[in-house]
Design a protein around this ligand. Structure first.
Ligand SMILES: [Zn+2]
Length: 565
């Protein structure tokens, strides 16, 4: 017996498609309405036609699931992703492309918690929960399989015919808009999310499985002159720090009070590889550079593997969401984990500069394991000493992966006693903040990074004369702080504003001494205006550590001109 009362799954699918196209695409409609080309009547008709196109495409997708038992669940999933997409795009001015989706998939609970807000709840409630609640009350029609299949096929064909007709009629405006405003396509919700997921799935299928291709097979440490100390490089990977908010680069506020006194060199014109962590981080450690990395056909090992293969000691210490696979083959730890040999009772006897105790870590970390960046320095002596002695004799590379200025909860990135700029924005709905309070919270995180780097330099200075120390700091990408109504980061690189791609890079060497590899700080200071990028990092690091390898390109080693012959 078939029950012919109730709603046909197809009706529900197309109602949901219309709801999503019109109501969940606010960011797209406001972006389109801001274009001068849409001010006319013709423009209004184009926007209306565009909405119908999205409805037809979403409908065609939902038709595939228009079966009595599947349709409600499918619509609920699509509504939820559309509501979340609408919230993030309208609240932070981001777009959803494959690179942003990589970030979403690699996120952790702490990042998610930083993004939760009442505004998000309102979006999900109104755009998804409300229609889902209505949907669940509606009885669904039971048809014979053949009858439903026939209707679904017809609906699928009609949806594509409508779409084709609209594209034909609006082609001139459509192609001009999509060509001139390339990031617009990443606002089409929720198809942008599905497109990004499909692209990532396709890419991961295309890549050969198995271990990454080895690099640095011929890597070796340059023999040192007798009586000289092995290099010890602290490579600090910053997070979301933008170059133009560093006083060292000319920012009007005193955001570098400590580093300014330490004679560091701040490179003023450095460009990031990507606009988000998942894109930038692997690229920074690749020997391929931005262009080569983005067009690579398979995975290869990275800088850390090469340095270890050359016989040096390597350690990755993380205070963030992890190393994105970079540190899989080298020693690594989280800052929230106690250093080897640390115990809660030694805090009183530990040296003031580097407390080696679990108690010191606990003071910097909250109960859920989120730590201020100084936790990276706690017990660093013990972590260094735990690396193999023979390798340390050739040299040491320690990477510190900061939490830095990770948003949108900037105010959590600095402790209460290190907040010179008040009042601070404390909500994660950045648009609701007073712009000055938002910049205050962000700048306080830069001041805290300044303090943490100064502490790192103090620790390094004490490692002499056993080691020849050096520090290199570079951020993974920048951040938008409301310029042109954009917030956070992650816009497609081609359209990303300079705030998201212009990153700070800072070098320190001990004063006076021609320290590591004969480098002179005075000479580096004369080079600080040079245009550099993440492409230089791999080669600069090998140069500082005195490692020879066929992957090393002297032309990309920005420090090479400053090395004594
Ligand atoms: Zn990042």
């Amino acid at each position: 017996m078939r029950d012919r009362s109730g709603w046909n799954p197809l009706t529900l699918a197309f109602l949901a498609a219309l709801w999503i196209a019109v109501l969940c695409n606010g960011p797209l409609w406001s972006a389109l309405r801001e274009l001068p080309e849409t001010a006319s009547l013709r423009g209004t008709l184009f926007v209306a036609g565009f909405a119908l196109m999205i409805a037809a495409l979403t409908g065609a997708l939902l038709v595939l699931f228009a079966w009595r038992r599947a349709v409600k669940v499918a619509i609920a999933v699509v509504l939820l992703s559309a509501a979340l997409g609408a919230h993030f795009m309208s609240t932070y001015g981001v777009v959803i492309d494959p690179s942003m989706m990589t970030n979403v998939l690699q996120t952790d609970p702490r990042e998610v918690r930083d993004l939760l807000s009442w505004r998000m709840l309102a979006y999900v409630g109104l755009l998804a929960a409300l229609p889902i609640a209505l949907l669940w009350r509606v009885p669904v029609q039971r048809l014979r399989l053949a009858a439903q299949l026939g209707r679904n096929l017809a609906a699928f064909v009609v949806a594509w015919l409508v779409l084709g007709a609209l594209v034909f009629m609006l082609f001139a405006d459509l192609s001009a808009t999509m060509r001139n405003h390339r990031s617009m396509r990443y606002l089409i919700n929720p198809l942008n999310s599905f497109f990004a997921l499909a692209t990532l799935a396709h890419e991961s299928n295309r890549k050969p499985a198995g271990p990454p291709a080895p690099i640095g097979r011929d890597a070796k440490a340059t023999p040192r002159a007798a009586g000289t100390a092995p290099p010890l490089l602290l490579l600090v990977i910053g997070e979301t720090a933008r170059a133009d908010h560093f006083a060292l680069n000319g920012y009007a506020r005193p955001t570098n009070p400590e580093l300014a006194k330490l004679g560091v060199v701040s490179f003023a014109d450095v460009t990031s590889c990507g606009t988000n962590t998942a894109a930038s981080l692997p690229c920074m450690f690749s020997h391929l550079g931005k262009h080569g990395y983005e067009s690579r056909s398979g995975d290869s090992e990275n800088l850390l593997d090469l340095v270890q293969r050359a016989g040096l000691a390597v350690l990755w210490l993380d205070n963030q969401a992890g190393c994105k696979g970079l540190c899989d083959r080298v020693p690594h730890a989280y800052a929230s984990e106690p250093a080897p040999g640390a115990s809660a009772s030694t805090s009183a006897s530990a040296p003031a500069s580097t407390p080696a105790s679990a108690g010191a870590t606990a003071a910097l970390c909250s109960s859920d394991g989120e730590c201020l960046d100084e936790a990276l320095l706690v017990g660093l002596d013990a972590r260094l000493a735990a690396l193999p002695a023979a390798a340390r004799e050739r040299g040491v590379l320690i990477v510190l992966h900061q939490m830095g200025s990770h948003g949108p909860a900037y105010s959590k990135r600095s402790p209460p006693q290190r907040k010179p700029f008040m009042p601070e924005c404390t909500t994660n709905v950045l648009q609701q903040c007073d712009r000055n309070a938002l910049v205050n919270a962000y700048d306080n995180s830069i001041v805290y990074t300044d303090h943490m780097l100064a502490q790192a330099i103090a620790w390094l200075a004490q490692r002499q004369p056993e080691y020849a120390p050096a520090l290199l700091y570079v951020s993974d990408h920048g951040e938008s702080l409301g310029e042109n109504n954009l917030y956070l980061h992650g816009l497609p690189y081609a359209v990303a504003p300079r705030e998201q791609t212009h990153v700070p890079m800072i070098a320190w060497l001990p004063a006076g001494a021609r320290a590591v590899s004969g480098l002179s700080l005075e000479c580096l200071g004369r080079e600080r205006g040079k245009a550099l990028s993440h492409d230089n990092l791999f080669h600069v690091t090998l140069g500082v550590l005195g490692i020879q390898a066929s992957e090393y390109r002297p032309a990309l080693d920005a420090f090479a001109p400053c090395r004594a012959p």
